[in-house]
Design a protein around this ligand. Structure first.
Ligand code: THU
Length: 129
């Protein structure tokens, strides 16, 4: 867990957040043991901004590595930054019960995605097995 947090901390410098100045980094670990990092990437057309978690998960999935086990969200802030609703849904696509680690300057909180996103809308509703 600590190693994954360290990876996110290192990635934080790459956050592209000139509009909010709110830097977020993520690190993902898959079942294979591989790790992927991501940062928030903002856009002058604000709505196109991508969160750090979705960047990290997309990097894993695009490498064919879909079994997301753990997602770290790291901010160098006094308060924790829980993943936004869109990111919860995005992670749930690959693991309803992903281990979510929220790490910040002063602490670490570990939660299960099923507790952050109860009654999730899933592919099963569309006939996916
Ligand atoms: N942000 C993330 O990267 N992840 C989250 O879960 C919450 C929000 C980013 C998006 C935007 O660049 C900045 O934080 C402020 O909302």
């Amino acid at each position: 867990m600590q190693e994954l947090i360290e990876l996110a901390k290192k990635a934080l410098a790459n956050s592209y957040s000139p509009y909010s100045n709110f830097r977020v980094a993520s690190a993902v670990k898959t079942k294979s043991g591989k790790t992927y990092t991501g940062v928030n990437i903002e856009n002058s057309s604000y709505g196109l901004t991508i969160c750090a978690e979705r960047v990290a998960v997309s990097k894993a999935v695009s490498e064919g590595d879909r079994d997301i086990e753990t997602v770290v969200v790291y901010t160098d802030t006094d308060e924790p930054t829980p993943p936004c609703g869109a990111c919860r849904q995005f992670i749930a696509e690959f693991n309803r019960e992903a281990n979510i680690i929220i790490a910040w300057r002063k602490g670490v909180k570990q939660v299960n995605l099923k507790d952050l996103l109860p009654l999730a809308f899933t592919g099963e509703k569309l006939g996916k097995t």
